[in-house]
Design a protein around this ligand. Structure first.
Ligand code: PGA
Length: 234
């Protein structure tokens, strides 16, 4: 399983140092061989020397460096050996106004660098209510190389993110099947995943892992979720 933590706009450099230490210690020796832990901290908090998990970037600009005020380029990620990136998160699409065109540019740039890409898709509440999830997600996948070898796809319905209302297993399975028909990439589910519902989510056929927001912001709660996920696979 891939267990990924999206810390969003939470954690300072000092608090993430404590988080990374606690996670590293908690994972030492205790993680199942087929599990992989990814953590996306704020870029200002990347830290050196983590051992038992991979750090990724929540955002970047599709350039190595240059005149892009406020942005983070490839050079800045390389300094921390960050080679895993999130692209297409619904908060970047909706709150930061990232267009489909910019998202495609980011994807092409990241693929040209050979980075691992966690690409997020998911329908909004209206599309879900009208049973148009597949059409909505298909549009988000246009122009994206679904055969890119270092791709991970995350199905994250917008209405389930940060709401405490995770999608039902039937909906998750249906959308993962839809994605599986298009791509060989590992498939994650994200949207209000926590230590209580992880067992049900892990049991969904075709689910290769989870992308966790709120329940990952505290290292001990993320560790609890990780061990709940391995318990349910025993
Ligand atoms: P959540 O966030 O777990 O708080 O719903 C998930 C995400 O945004 O990736």
């Amino acid at each position: 399983m891939i267990l990924a933590a999206n810390l969003k706009c939470n954690h300072t450099r000092a608090s993430f140092e404590r988080y990374a230490k606690a996670l590293d210690e908690g994972l030492a020796g205790g993680i199942s061989r087929e599990d992989e832990i990814l953590v996306f901290p704020p870029a200002s908090a990347f830290c050196a020397g983590v051992k038992n998990f991979t750090q990724g970037a929540q955002n970047f600009y599709p350039a190595v460096h240059g005149s892009f005020t406020g942005e983070i380029g490839g050079d800045m990620l390389a300094e921390f050996d960050v080679k895993t990136v999130l692209i297409g998160h619904s908060e970047r699409r909706a709150i930061l106004g990232e267009s489909a065109e910019l998202i495609r540019e980011k994807f092409s740039f990241a693929a040209a660098q050979g980075w691992r890409i966690v690409f997020c898709v998911g329908e909004d509440e209206a599309a879900f209510a009208q049973d148009r999830s597949e059409d909505f997600v298909a549009a988000q996948l246009e122009g994206i190389d679904l055969k890119y070898p270092s791709l991970v796809l995350a199905y994250e319905p917008v209405w389930a993110i940060g709401t405490g209302r995770s999608a039902q297993c039937e909906q998750i399975e249906r959308m993962l099947n839809f994605l599986r028909a298009k791509s060989p990439a590992p498939l994650l589910y994200g949207g209000s995943v926590n230590a209580e519902n992880i067992a049900k989510i892990c049991a969904i056929r075709g689910c290769d892992g989870v992308l966790v927001g709120t329940a990952s912001w505290d290292a001990s709660s993320f560790l609890e979720l990780i061990s709940a996920s391995s318990r349910c696979r025993l």
